[in-house]
Design a protein around this ligand. Structure first.
Ligand code: MG
Length: 106
């Protein structure tokens, strides 16, 4: 399995989008969230259609991740650190047995 460090994806998207408008990236993100919803609706039988495969779902989830990470990248947000810190707070709030930072040490 290939590994993709999140920080590398961020720097790649920062180079690609440079000084792009975060508002337009956010609109693309919401559009892609809608595409995930469409695939899930088809899979659940709530909507007619044929793009219900795991590959379709994966593609739409990748689009969501792409635009979410792009918004972070153009704002120089350190997503790795943000994810770890947010998980740490959530693990305390919701009484988790382990947090992500400790999990990564194992
Ligand atoms: Mg899409």
């Amino acid at each position: 399995m290939k590994e993709l460090p999140l920080s590398k994806l961020e720097s790649y998207l920062k180079e690609y989008y440079g000084q792009a408008n975060e508002q337009s990236l956010f609109m693309k993100l919401i559009e892609e969230v809608g595409e995930v919803a469409e695939v899930l609706n088809i899979r659940a039988g709530r909507k007619a259609g044929s793009n219900e495969t795991d590959e379709n779902l994966a593609n739409e989830l990748v689009d969501v991740i792409h635009y979410a990470v792009a918004i972070a990248a153009i704002n120089d947000i350190d997503l790795v650190n943000s994810i770890i810190e947010k998980d740490k707070k959530a693990s305390i709030k919701y009484n988790h047995k382990i947090n992500l930072e400790d999990y990564l040490k194992d």
